[in-house]
Design a protein. Structure first.
Length: 122
């Protein structure tokens, strides 16, 4: 089953799509497309609901106002989820992780970038 924004398949924004395996489509409780950069799906789990949040963050070149607005919207959506549900956040954060010492325990010596950008780094 495909959940997507747009009126028909040829106008799908592939950054905001949920593909749900046929066997678990009955577990889908809710699909919400909050904006063109943020959507989520709520699945009924055995002990608690599972919320999968899909994001597409603004790139580094976008204005600080645009990026701040996106992260405020993400925070606002997360704040309205029940605390006891399992939440998974995935998607494109447009973050570049460089070879700085702070990241070496996670990525080792390997990185596509020499320096990190500010997206996703606080």
């Amino acid at each position: 089953m495909i959940f997507f924004t747009g009126k028909e398949m040829k106008t799908i924004d592939w950054e905001q799509v949920f593909l749900v395996y046929r066997r678990i489509v009955s577990a889908v409780k809710r699909v919400e497309f909050v904006s063109d950069r943020l959507s989520y799906i709520v699945l009924r789990g055995r002990w608690c609901n599972i919320i999968v949040v899909n994001v597409h963050a603004p790139s580094e070149e976008k204005s600080d106002e645009s990026k701040d607005s996106f992260y405020e919207e993400l925070e606002h959506v997360f704040d309205h989820f029940p605390k006891y549900h399992t939440k998974m956040l995935l998607g494109e954060f447009n973050a570049k992780v460089g070879i700085e010492n702070i990241f070496k325990p996670t990525i080792g010596q390997e990185s596509l970038h020499q320096d990190s950008n500010d997206n996703g780094v606080s």
